[in-house]
Each structure stands twice: as structure tokens, then as C-alpha cells.
Design a protein around this ligand. Structure first.
Ligand SMILES: *[C@@H]1O[C@H](CO)[C@@H](O)[C@H](O)[C@H]1NC(C)=O
Ligand SMILES: *[C@@H]1O[C@H](CO)[C@@H](O)[C@H](O)[C@H]1NC(C)=O
Ligand SMILES: *[C@@H]1O[C@H](CO)[C@@H](O)[C@H](O)[C@H]1NC(C)=O
Ligand SMILES: *[C@@H]1O[C@H](CO)[C@@H](O)[C@H](O)[C@H]1NC(C)=O
Ligand SMILES: *[C@@H]1O[C@H](CO)[C@@H](O)[C@H](O)[C@H]1NC(C)=O
Ligand SMILES: *[C@@H]1O[C@H](CO)[C@@H](O)[C@H](O)[C@H]1NC(C)=O
Ligand SMILES: *[C@@H]1O[C@H](CO)[C@@H](O)[C@H](O)[C@H]1NC(C)=O
Length: 417
């Protein structure tokens, strides 16, 4: 089991600053990753302590809690008090704050929008730090932080330096383990009421755009399956998409109109299974989220998947486990997003075998990446396309056009697992 950062698995990813960063220039297509990238963007797996499913479900519950529906109340009553932010898979970026900058390891989170430091390494104020004289507080799953808000210089890479970025300093926090805070890449409305006396706080993306550091308010994420060896196998592109990281064309779909998914990177999708196109998930709303590990499905959709595949819930891991016989028959899931079909292969549905022992599983068993969201269809967040999905498809978070882009990649049909 992992107990600290030294025994955790780190995959080194890289961040490409958009070459087209300069203000008035037309958008320049990025043709290859910038070799001088400075932002150290890594996938950190921390599978100890609590099952992945419980982690993802607590996070989902917190997102659904943002409304006061009966589903939200039911989930709230059932949600375990667990460390919801710091277990499972997190993407950690090295971000500089201040002048001269102190470097912090921040969770890259598309499901929240405040940026803050200080849960691990303390905030080091410099001459660029301006105390805004206001308190800030944000709750995530069962984790939270509260503290003071500053304006400060934030350095993502030498090409991406933001001045007067509103950032939080955690005075009290819980649930962030070895990380120093969060780089919030979610929609700005998620910051509503977090800072006293303010409706919203400009996000890092908002400021990069208003300060003309990027010409489009867009973040794009490319991941590879976790078992693949490190070596430039993932890229976070700020300000544009990177055509070298996906195949064919991007399909864009508007942010869903259904609450509460529409507060996040929410989309509409449906899912069918296998050659007979068995309905698993009717067309409904949910979210794409770097902060979730699994592919989470509303309980009734999850039950259809479980019944259809013959998989059974495994007590030791909390994951679905499938026999060799049923695995031999396992077919693809077909996601319908924005009018296009995306195939999640049998291999993509398989939990990385090399990690079985880290989640309490047997090396010789086969586990699946679909998890039970914990509430039936109709809560407004009926699925979460987490890391298990994102490592097989390219994803684009486009604030300017209020849409999410998805494309296939060289990993979509990869057999590595
Ligand atoms: C949520 O709704 C329930 C029932 O309508 C009500 O009793 C409760 O006070 C509400 N909670 C909040 C935080 O608005
Ligand atoms: C901010 O919070 C602290 C306690 O953490 C409190 O003492 C202080 O009065 C608060 N400031 C404002 C302006 O509300
Ligand atoms: C903080 O930064 C914002 C821009 O993000 C700016 O509008 C505001 O005036 C700054 N506040 C102070 C007190 O410097
Ligand atoms: C991993 O998770 C455990 C349990 O939540 C936590 O105590 C620990 O600090 C985490 N480690 C890292 C490197 O985040
Ligand atoms: C912020 O929340 C309030 C209700 O608490 C709502 O009236 C307002 O429209 C929200 N603003 C934004 C920008 O979401
Ligand atoms: C799954 O199978 C069980 C047992 O056969 C059955 O009770 C249940 O209704 C099925 N659920 C779905 C969603 O097909
Ligand atoms: C299971 O696999 C892990 C990593 O692949 C290895 O470290 C461990 O020794 C294996 N356990 C057994 C019982 O073979």
C-alpha cells in the first residue's frame, strides 16, 4: 500500500504553454509540445486508506449536494465522512506563487474553481502579495479549506505568468494530504460566495485571458493509461488544443442545461453496451471531471451494466470483478456525445492490472472501472467521466464557447493495461 509520496507512483506529465500566447496574434496551431515546458504536471496515485469507489462517490455526493433536492438529501445522509480529495488519482502541478516565486504542488481540478495554497507548504508572502482583507472558504466533498484571500503573481510556466491573481491562503484545511492546495480549472461560478462580500472570484483561466496571456479561454487535457511508462505521456495545454494529441476531429458538445451538472463541466451523453446496443444509460446529464478516478454511473444504469456483463461487486476492493469466462465475452461500451459515438473498449473498461494489489485486489483477478454513483437516474449528475475515461480520450474545457470537446487518441484502442 502507498503510505506517503515516496512510495506512491508518479507519472511525469508535461504542460505545454500555448505557443500562441501573445495577445493580438492569430491563433497558431501547436504542432509539437514545447520542449522547454516548466510546469511539472504529474498524475499521483494514492490508493491507500479508502476505496476508490467511496472516494468518487463522496465527491459526486458533494457535487449533487450543491442543490437541495431529495436526491441530494439522501446522498448527504449516506455519505461517509472520508477524505474525499486526497485519495485515488490526482493530477498535481507545480505552480509558483509570489515574486520571487515559491513553488507549490497543486491538485489540478476541473471540478472546482478557487486557486489556493497553504494546506501543505505554508504560503510565503512576498512584495507581490496584496492582502485583500477578506476571508475565503470552500468545501470539497468532506475536505475543506478556509483562510484569507490575496492578490499575487502566479507562475504556471515562464510564458504563463499571471499578475494580481486572487488566491487563497489556507489557515485551516482538511483532506489534502501531501498536496499544497488546488489549481481550480472549473467554471468561475463555482467560486460564488466563497469570498466574503463577493459573488465570484476571477479564476486563473479568467485572468490569463483578460491579461492577454492566452487568446482562448480553453484548457485541454491529454492523459495516457496509468500503466504506461512515464516519458512525456501526458500534456495539459492552456489556451488552445494540441492537434498532435488526438486523432481525427474534436467533437464539441455544449454545457448541459441540466442542474447541477451545468455548474461544472457538464455534458449530455448516453451509453449502450455491446453489439446488441443494450441501453445502459439513457441520454442524460453528468460531468467530465479530472478529480474522479472511475467511470461513475447512476445506480440503475450501473445495475444494468453489472447484470449485462456478469460482473459482481467485490467486497475487498469495492470494484466490479469479472470472471475470466465473462471477461472473454466482455464487449465495448459506446458513448454518444455531441452526435458522435466514442467506443470504450473492453481493455479500457479494465482496471489497470498492475495496480490490483494497491486497491486490495488479487493480482490474478480482473476488476472493472465502472462504479456506482450512489443515486438513481435523475439527480442531475447521472454519470461522471473520470480518469478511467479521460486516459482514453482527449478532453477540452472551453469557457469561451461554453462547451466540452472530446476526441479519440492513440490510447483509445490501446491494449496496454
Ligand atoms: C433543504 O430542503 C429541506 C426540505 O425541503 C429543508 O428542510 C432544508 O432546510 C433545506 N436545506 C437547505 C440547506 O436549504
Ligand atoms: C476572518 O476570519 C477570522 C477567523 O478565522 C475572524 O477573526 C475575522 O473576524 C474574519 N474577518 C472578517 C472580515 O470577517
Ligand atoms: C486584485 O486583482 C484584481 C484583478 O484580478 C484587481 O481588479 C484588483 O484591483 C486587485 N485588488 C487589489 C487590492 O490590488
Ligand atoms: C494518501 O492518502 C492518505 C489517506 O487519505 C493520506 O493520509 C496521505 O497523506 C495521502 N498521501 C499523499 C501523498 O497524498
Ligand atoms: C451566486 O449565488 C446567488 C445565490 O446565493 C445567486 O443569486 C447568484 O445568481 C449567483 N451568482 C453567480 C454568478 O452564480
Ligand atoms: C439485475 O439482476 C437482478 C437479479 O437477477 C435483478 O433483480 C435486477 O432487476 C436486475 N437489474 C437490472 C437493472 O437489470
Ligand atoms: C502483485 O503484484 C504486485 C505489483 O505488480 C507485486 O508487487 C506483488 O508482489 C504481487 N503480489 C503477489 C502476491 O504476487
Amino acid at each position: 500500500m502507498f503510505h506517503d509520496s515516496s512510495s506512491a507512483i508518479f507519472l511525469t506529465l508535461a504542460l505545454t504553454a500555448a505557443a500562441a500566447a501573445a495577445a493580438a496574434k492569430p491563433i497558431i496551431q501547436i504542432r509539437e509540445p514545447n520542449p522547454t515546458i516548466d510546469l511539472n504536471f504529474a498524475v499521483r496515485l494514492n490508493l491507500s486508506g479508502v476505496s476508490l469507489v467511496a472516494h468518487d462517490r463522496a465527491r459526486a455526493a458533494a457535487m449533487i449536494f450543491s442543490t437541495n433536492t431529495s436526491d441530494a438529501r439522501k446522498l448527504r445522509a449516506r455519505a461517509p465522512a472520508i477524505d474525499a480529495t486526497n485519495t485515488g488519482v490526482t493530477y498535481v502541478a507545480s505552480v509558483g506563487v509570489g515574486a520571487p516565486a515559491t513553488t507549490y504542488s497543486l491538485v489540478v481540478d476541473t471540478g472546482s474553481a478557487n486557486t489556493w495554497v497553504g494546506s501543505g507548504k505554508a504560503y510565503a508572502r512576498t512584495s507581490s502579495s496584496v492582502d485583500l482583507g477578506k476571508n475565503i472558504s470552500v468545501t470539497y466533498g468532506s475536505g475543506y479549506f478556509e483562510g484569507k484571500e490575496y492578490n499575487d503573481t502566479v507562475t504556471l510556466s515562464p510564458d504563463l505568468v499571471i499578475t494580481q491573481q486572487s488566491i487563497g491562503e489556507a489557515i485551516k484545511s482538511s483532506g489534502f494530504g501531501a498536496c499544497d492546495g488546488i489549481l481550480g480549472l472549473g467554471p468561475v461560478d463555482l467560486t460564488n460566495k466563497t469570498l466574503e462580500g463577493r459573488e465570484t472570484v476571477p479564476t486563473v483561466l479568467n485572468n490569463l485571458f483578460t491579461q492577454n496571456k492566452i487568446s482562448k479561454e480553453v484548457v485541454s487535457i491529454s492523459f495516457a493509461p496509468t500503466t504506461k511508462q512515464p516519458n512525456m505521456n501526458g500534456v495539459l495545454t492552456i489556451g488552445d488544443t494540441d492537434a498532435t494529441k488526438f486523432k481525427g476531429s474534436l467533437v464539441y458538445t455544449p454545457i448541459t442545461r441540466t442542474a447541477p451538472a451545468n455548474r461544472y463541466w457538464g455534458i449530455d451523453q448516453s451509453i449502450v453496451y455491446g453489439a446488441h446496443r443494450t441501453n445502459v444509460l439513457r441520454a442524460t446529464s453528468g460531468i467530465v471531471d479530472t478529480g474522479s478516478t472511475l467511470l461513475l454511473l447512476a445506480t440503475d444504469a450501473f445495475d444494468v451494466y453489472r447484470n449485462t456483463t456478469g460482473a459482481v461487486l467485490d467486497k475487498a476492493t469495492g470494484l466490479l470483478k469479472i470472471s475470466n469466462e465473462d471477461y472473454a465475452k466482455l464487449e465495448s461500451l459506446y458513448f454518444s456525445i455531441g452526435g458522435r459515438t466514442f467506443e470504450m473498449t473492453k481493455n479500457a473498461q479494465t482496471f489497470p492490472r498492475a495496480l490490483n494489489s494497491y486497491v486490495g485486489g488479487d493480482n490474478n483477478s480482473i476488476y472493472l472501472v465502472a462504479g456506482d454513483l450512489g443515486t438513481d437516474l435523475g439527480s442531475g449528475i447521472d454519470f461522471i467521466n473520470g480518469y478511467a475515461f479521460l486516459e482514453r480520450f482527449y478532453s477540452v474545457y472551453d469557457t469561451t464557447n461554453q462547451r466540452v470537446g472530446i476526441a479519440t487518441t492513440e490510447n483509445t484502442y490501446s491494449e496496454l493495461n
